[in-house]
Design a protein around this ligand. Structure first.
Ligand code: NAD
Ligand code: DAU
Length: 360
């Protein structure tokens, strides 16, 4: 069996669902259920003996050690993290706690467990650390995309905490010989994406008649990857990645934020037109920029394609259409996650941003 951390979050729950749809190897899913964790994402696995949910904090080293001893996994796939850049600006402490200290606590538990394994199990064991392209910092408009050897230059408390965790994973391989793998992926989108992030926020705000907030000039560039493609890449790295290596994962899909929002408005205009016949673009509002906002991310994903034969299956057009359709047909899921705590976050993040008027 494998242990997944953060398997009730956006990418983790997609990973668990995909994993069990593709095979019968059991998953122990360890999640603290922060605001971002939602067991509703895994409702289809209720009563499925292949999935065991454990409500725990990765910072609890004793509990992590006990879990490993009890379940004897052949691998750990580590998603658990605080993941939202804007939240890291308002409250960095939780990011250091979970992303740095939590990864350290998990690595320590894994090291003790792994050290005591028999020779064969020891060689076969894998610790796969899921990380982000944000650790490489920000690119200029004509810079080449990030490769696995691009120097780290994190700019937000979130990316700095992820960089710290990446370095710890690297050190555990280098010093102790632990069979680790690290993946650095670009922006994901798809089902179960919490509506604090750009794409689900725009879809859900549009449908409820709210403003569509664009930070700064909206010309920041991100490389978008459909979450199912990310999950397939992680499975492939787990299966055949070389230990101690880093694999960049991306969609070859660089888009400016404003273009993403325009595309979403066009899709919504077709799939769920406004009652007044106007375009959702009318709801676009420019707001104060994110402090320290990275201008451009781009991933060079040739290594994983060359060595492991992975490349994305979805284009941005197919992935985005599927995503919009998913949100249209899961409005109850949206209503459930937009709880009191969510509304408080919206007030914290957007209440202080001066709006600069609406524009299509
Ligand atoms: P998410 O915020 O949706 O989910 C994080 C999950 O981790 C939640 O279920 C939460 O309850 C759990 N968690 C948080 N703190 C915990 C703790 N101390 N102990 C146990 N569980 C805890 O995040 P996501 O977007 O699914 O991202 C998953 C991973 O992928 C993160 O490590 C993130 O850095 C990385 N990543 C995300 C993206 C993206 O676009 N979302 C891209 C590249 C990499
Ligand atoms: O690059 C990978 C990273 O992508 C992951 O490591 C992070 O966990 C994930 O949250 C994501 O980070 P971003 O900061 O790029 O994603 P977010 O959806 O928050 O923002 C995407 C872009 O849209 C970014 O340039 C900021 C902008 N934005 C975001 C929000 C929430 C807006 O213009 N308006 C908004 O309201």
């Amino acid at each position: 069996m494998i242990i997944v951390t953060g398997g009730a979050g956006f990418i983790g729950s997609n990973f668990v669902l995909d994993w069990l749809a593709g095979g019968d190897e059991p998953v122990v899913n360890v999640d603290k259920l922060t605001y971002a964790g939602n067991l509703g994402n895994l409702a289809s696995l209720e009563g499925d003996a292949r999935h065991l949910f454990v409500h725990a904090d990765i910072c609890d080293n004793a509990e992590m050690a006990a879990l490993l001893a009890r379940h004897q996994p052949r691998a750990i796939v580590h998603f658990a993290a605080e993941s939202h850049v804007d939240r890291s600006i308002h409250g960095p402490a939780e990011f250091i706690r979970t992303n740095v200290n939590g990864t350290f606590s998990l690595l320590e538990a894994a090291r003790h467990y792994w050290s005591a394994l028999g020779a064969q199990e020891k060689t076969a064991f894998r610790f796969l650390h899921v990380s982000t392209d944000e650790v490489y910092g920000s690119l200029g408009p004509t810079d080449p995309p990030f490769t696995e050897t691009t120097a780290y230059a994190p700019n937000s408390p979130y990316s700095a905490s992820k960089a710290g965790s990446d370095h710890l994973v690297r050190a555990y391989h280098h010093t102790y010989g632990m069979p680790t793998l690290t993946t650095n992926c670009s922006n994901n989108y798809g089902p179960y994406h919490f509506p604090e992030k750009l794409i689900p926020l725009i879809i859900t705000n549009a449908l409820s008649g709210k403003d569509l907030p664009i930070y700064g000039d909206g010309q920041q560039v991100r490389d978008w990857l459909y979450v199912g493609d990310h999950c397939a890449a992680i499975r492939r790295v787990l299966e055949a990645g070389r230990t101690g290596e880093v694999y960049n994962i991306g969609g070859w899909n660089e888009k400016a934020n404003l273009d993403v929002v325009h595309t979403l408005c066009e899709l919504l205009d077709t799939l769920s037109p406004r009652a007044d016949g106007k375009s959702y673009r009318e709801q676009i509002t420019y707001v104060t920029d994110r402090p320290g906002h990275d201008r451009r991310y781009a991933i060079d994903a040739r290594k994983i394609e060359r060595e492991l034969g992975w490349k994305p299956a979805e284009t941005f057009e197919t992935g985005l259409r599927k995503t919009v359709q998913w949100y249209l047909s899961h409005q109850e899921w949206v209503a459930n996650v937009q709880s009191g705590a969510y509304l408080k976050w919206v007030e914290t993040n957007y209440g202080q941003r001066a709006g600069a008027g609406a524009s299509a």
